[in-house]
Design a protein. Sequence first.
Length: 391
Amino acid sequence: MNILFLTPWYPHKNAPYSGTFVREHARAIQYAGNDLHVMAIVINSSSKIFNYKTHSYIDEDGIKTTIVNLSSKFNDILYYNFPVQLFYLLKTIRRLNKQKHLQFDIVHSNVVYPIGVLGYFISKKLKIPHVITEHWSRIKRIMKLPVYAQLCRKAYTTSGAILPVSNFLKQNIQSHLKSIDPDKFQVVGNVINNDTFKFVASPKRKDKNIRFTAIATWNKKKIPDKLPKLFIDALAIISNRSGIDVQLTMIGSGNQINDLKSKCKQHQVKAVFTGFIEKTRIAEILQYHTDFFIHASTIETFSVVTAEALSCGVPVICSDVGALSELVDASNGVLCKNTVEDWVKGIEKAIATTYDGLKISQTMKDRFSYKSIGKQVEQVYIKITSNNKNI
């Protein structure tokens, strides 16, 4: 099938790591035998009042890609001005159609606003079905804005299918939009690259230290979504109480790094801060230098980093929030309440448990491989195009 794949996030020249999880979905859909044209609408800040540029290319996987760059000194206003976005998106489609005679069978949008709303109008104009993959947990916020709430509701209710990446996210959408037909929903998780994140049998070590790894963007926020100080406190208590030699690797960048370095030093927790590193290097650290992946959070709609750690066969100690309980159970880790006391208990429980790394890895591969996710989305496409023909 020919798919117009719309997204607000996608790796491109000026932001090579933006929306890598969306690109993995695109690869899975292409892997299933579909002909994909990714169209990413990127809104940037600029010194100019307004500027419109496009860049089209075919990537290393053969996916046709167009970056639609809308920049303005009023970029915050532009983000909520969906008619302007729609105008330039349609302009781009018309121009490409003249050059390449594009014919699409389905519009597939990522995130209901603004992309799902744009996808609704485009699918209506092209008279083809519309699918929405949902990664977003901000439905409650957008539903407080009457006009945008109405547009999002329309996009959801007229779509052929809604594909949240977790059951947690599905329930979140349904709690705010109770009138949507529950049969529209099908949970389709994020894709994990099993060529990179895979189990590697580690040789026996002579040292007795226990190695923990954490991955996130470590930023200070008024309402934090990551709680690294929680597991640093817990590791300090365990190390002091039991004499266990704890080693912590913190992967990622952010404006909280200096505070976290000071906290580790103050609590005498041996920590290495790598900054931002490539996925291949992350996989190597998980495969060869990690006994437990550790992730303290306040909300997770999926948690790609947790699934990547599990795909390497690394057991996980994490907060019992959001979608994390859909990934982590007694067979592959420990879920903790967000208190220092429960984190101490959880880490001690994990240390005392023997896990089967190969089995953990294989379970993740079966659930989130390109083949598995691509097949799930392909079945949705077949179903909604069949229904469309019968109307």
